[in-house]
Design a binder for this molecule. Structure first.
Ligand SMILES: NC(=O)c1ccc[n+]([C@@H]2O[C@H](COP(=O)([O-])OP(=O)(O)OC[C@H]3O[C@@H](n4cnc5c(N)ncnc54)[C@H](O)[C@@H]3O)[C@@H](O)[C@H]2O)c1
Length: 262
C-alpha cells in the first residue's frame, strides 16, 4: 500500500528545488499532486515528469503574492480532484539585506509570499478540510526560523512566523481532524544552492564546515520528512516542527573546547 494512496496534495513552489522533489515523492506514494509555481516552465516540467513516471499531477500557475491566485489554486485542486487532503506551503521569495538595508518593497514581498500566502492558503483550504473532517497542512520552515542569520532579515522573520502559524493552526483545528506541522531544513543542495556554491566556493565552504555532517542536505532528505508529516504515519503529531539539518541546530556555535579534531 502506497503511503498517500488516494490523496490529493497541493504544493506551492513545486517547480523548484525542495518543492519539485517533494511533489514527485508525494506522487510516487500515490497522491494526485497540484504543482503550483510562478515559473510555468519549471512547474509544467515537474508535472510532466510525474505523469511520465505513471503518477497523477497537474501544473497550476499562481503568483502567491496575489490572494486571488491563492483562492484559484485551492479551488482548482478541489474541483479537479473533488477534495484536498494535503496542503504544502513551500514557496519563498527572498529579499536579501540586513535589517538596516532592506527596503519596504523587498520586506513586504518576502512576507507576502513566505508568510501571508501560507496563512491565506491555509484559511482558504480550511472549509474544505473541515467539511471532509480531515486534512494535513505541511509548512516548509527553516533553521532560519530558530535563530538569526546575517543578511536575510526578512526571511528570518518570515520563517519564525511560519513556526507559530503552524502551532496556532494545529491547536485551533485539531478537533476538526486537521493536522499542521512544519519541516525545518538546514542548507540543502538544491540546483540553485549548488549553482551558487559553484560560483562562490569560498563563501560556501564555511557553510558546509558549520554543519556537523559536513555536507548540504539532499532535497530528497527534506521530502522524506514532508512525506512522513503528510501521511497517516504521523497521525498523532500536530503543531510540531522537524529539523533536518545535519546537526547544525544542535551546535552552540561556540569554538571547541579540548580536542574537537576528529
Ligand atoms: N534550499 C535550502 O537550503 C533551504 C533551507 C531551508 C529552508 N528552505 C525552504 O525550502 C523551501 C523551498 O526552497 P528551495 O530552496 O527549494 O527554493 P527554490 O528557490 O529552489 O524554489 C522555490 C520555488 O518557489 C517559486 N516561487 C517563488 N516566488 C513565487 C510566487 N510569488 N508564487 C509562486 N511560486 C513562487 C519559484 O519559482 C521556485 O520554483 C522554501 O520555503 C525555503 O525557505 C530551503
Amino acid at each position: 500500500m502506497l503511503r498517500l494512496e488516494g490523496k490529493t496534495a497541493l504544493i506551492t513552489g513545486g517547480g523548484g528545488g525542495i518543492g519539485a522533489v517533494t511533489a514527485k515523492t508525494y506522487a510516487r506514494e500515490g497522491a494526485a499532486v497540484v504543482v503550483v509555481d510562478i515559473d510555468e516552465q519549471a512547474g509544467k516540467s515537474v508535472a510532466a515528469e510525474i505523469k511520465q513516471a505513471g503518477g497523477e499531477a497537474e501544473y497550476f500557475h499562481a503568483d502567491l503574492a496575489q490572494p486571488a491566485d491563492i483562492e484559484a489554486m485551492i479551488d482548482y485542486a478541489r474541483t479537479t480532484y473533488g477534495k484536498l487532503d494535503i496542503l504544502h506551503n513551500n514557496a519563498i521569495a527572498l529579499a536579501w539585506g540586513r535589517v538596516g538595508e532592506l527596503d519596504l518593497e523587498g520586506w513586504r514581498h518576502t512576507i507576502d509570499v513566505g508568510l501571508t500566502a501560507y496563512w491565506y492558503a491555509t484559511k482558504v483550504s480550511l472549509p474544505t478540510m473541515m467539511a471532509q473532517g480531515s486534512g494535513v497542512i505541511v509548512n516548509t520552515g527553516s533553521v532560519s526560523a530558530l535563530a538569526a542569520d546575517y543578511g536575510i532579515a526578512a526571511y528570518n522573520v518570515v520563517k519564525a512566523g511560519v513556526i507559530n502559524l503552524t502551532r496556532v493552526t494545529a491547536i485551533e483545528y485539531a478537533r476538526r481532524g486537521i493536522r499542521c506541522n512544519a519541516v525545518c531544513p538546514g542548507p540543502i543542495g538544491t540546483p540553485a544552492m549548488l549553482a551558487a556554491e559553484n560560483e562562490r566556493p569560498a563563501q560556501f565552504g564555511p557553510v558546509k564546515d558549520a554543519i556537523p555532517m559536513g555536507r548540504f542536505g539532499d532535497p530528497q532528505e527534506i521530502a522524506n520528512v514532508a512525506l512522513f508529516l503528510a501521511s497517516d504515519e504521523s497521525s498523532f503529531i500536530t503543531g510540531a516542527y522537524f529539523v533536518a539539518d545535519g546537526g547544525l541546530n544542535a551546535h552552540t556555535h561556540l569554538p571547541g573546547f579540548g580536542n574537537a579534531d576528529w
